[in-house]
Design a protein around this ligand. Structure first.
Ligand SMILES: Cc1cc2nc3c(=O)[nH]c(=O)nc-3n(C[C@H](O)[C@H](O)[C@H](O)COP(=O)(O)OP(=O)(O)OC[C@H]3O[C@@H](n4cnc5c(N)ncnc54)[C@H](O)[C@@H]3O)c2cc1C
Length: 384
């Protein structure tokens, strides 16, 4: 057996894990299926529960340089066009020990990749992992091209459609019937934008649009999401660009006139899965979307993967692989399950109509911008 720790998947979760484990002095190898390491050309929100981990990994300063520290998270009415409620982010470093940062995904991914290289992580692309086996005392990871890697432990960070997860559950991703269009464009192409100091989510019945600046304000990121009527009708081709235009036709001028800037050639149907309690068996563990895929309304999927990485590395520092993986699962699975469930509920709150909307708006009106009642558990350090 070699002492190498094998990470299947080189997304944000896999790279953060490789870096965190390498920082404990253990040899690490990342096996990525794609021909090149990379990420989608869109933005990502990183809350303090994630930026604390990035700080600990020594990459937060670099992220700050290429990211934006927004002033507020704002919820606005996508149809009526007015603000509903907001959360002040300016005191986050003092309150939560780290800032709320929005950044380009490719920047976050590149920063982690560079840090992995510098930490001596072995990085392999074109490695489509087909099998991960606990051999008793070690693991064996097989790739489609016949490559076999032996190591001390394997972490499945292979995303929503994880192959490694099949050892843990026979469940399938659950389609929400919602679809996302997203993209970041240079600011000089943008004629319509919200206040550039804020992250703004324009919410309406069965739809929303999120907008925020990236790369020190030189780019603008947009994500439009809607519930597809074609999906509900059972049509195979659902969530099309034509449906996007049609669904957003009810929105206020600002939202309607913002959507033409969204790329139309790619779309992301939105899936999650039910939480599972078992993420670790022997020397194999799940991490990130492979363990806890969630709908993105809380902007927490990658944040949770970063929390996973930190807890997993801490556990490996304290103990041998098998007890460490169990301790990681016990620590992380209940919290990630809560985030998965809350993300669904938050989506429902965003997308309601009728009387429920009236009640929601009234509750929003009553809260102040420094009311942390509903986010303290998520952004603050979890109780140990
Ligand atoms: C529209 C949208 C907006 C979002 N916004 C946010 C946000 O603002 N903040 C936030 O925290 N989260 C957000 N998320 C969620 C976030 O993107 C994911 O939770 C996160 O990227 C998951 O990272 P991961 O590394 O676990 O998985 P992935 O990013 O899916 O990476 C998995 C990697 O594994 C590789 N792989 C797959 N199978 C194999 C195999 N068999 N062998 C080898 N490699 C393999 C893949 O090629 C990929 O590189 C959003 C998601 C969506 C859809």
């Amino acid at each position: 057996m070699t002492s190498e720790h094998l990470v299947v998947g080189g997304g944000i979760g896999g790279l953060a894990t490789a870096l965190a484990v390498a920082r404990t002095g253990r040899p690490v190898r990342v096996l990525e299926r794609a021909a090149e390491f990379g990420e989608v050309g869109a933005g990502i929100q990183l809350a303090p529960n994630a930026t604390r981990v990035l700080d600990r990994l020594g990459v937060l300063d670099e992220l700050r340089e290429v990211g934006v520290l927004p002033r507020r998270l704002v919820l606005a009415d996508a149809v009526a066009g007015h603000e509903l409620t907001a959360l002040d982010l300016t005191d986050f470093p003092g309150r939560y020990g780290a800032p709320y940062v929005v950044a380009h995904r490719t920047d976050v991914h590149r920063i982690l990749l560079d840090a992995c290289r510098a930490a001596g992580v072995a990085l392999e692309t074109g490695a489509d992992v087909t099998d991960v086996r606990d051999t008793g005392g070690g693991v064996e990871v097989t790739c489609a091209d016949g490559r076999v890697h032996r190591g001390a432990a394997a972490v499945g960070a292979d995303g929503l459609r994880s192959r490694v997860r099949r050892q843990f559950s026979d469940d399938e991703p659950i389609c929400s019937g919602y679809v996302a269009y997203r993209g970041a464009v240079p600011m000089d192409q943008v004629s319509r934008h919200a206040d550039l100091r804020d992250v703004v989510a324009w919410v309406g019945p069965g739809l929303h649009l999120v907008q925020y600046p990236l790369r020190s304000g030189s780019m603008y990121n947009q994500v439009a999401v809607f519930r597809s009527d074609a999906y509900t009708r059972g049509e195979a081709d659902w969530g099309t660009p034509a449906e996007l235009t049609e669904r957003f036709a009810v929105c206020c001028d600002h939202v309607r006139e913002s959507t033409p800037l969204l790329g139309r050639d790619q779309r992301w149907p939105m899936y999650d899965r039910e939480p599972i309690a078992t993420w670790a068996k022997g020397r194999v563990a799940l991490l990130g979307d492979a363990a806890h895929p969630m709908v993105q309304y809380l902007a927490q999927g990658a944040c949770q993967a970063l929390e996973d990485a930190a807890v997993l590395a801490d556990a490996l520092e304290r103990d041998d692989v098998e007890p460490a993986f169990l301790a990681y699962q016990q620590d992380r699975a209940p919290r990630a399950a809560r985030v998965q469930r809350t993300a669904r509920t938050w989506g429902q709150i965003w997308h309601v109509d009728g009387v429920a909307k009236l009640l929601r708006d009234e509750l929003f009106r009553q809260r102040g911008e420094r009311d942390h009642t509903h986010v303290e558990w998520l952004y603050g350090p979890p109780p140990r």
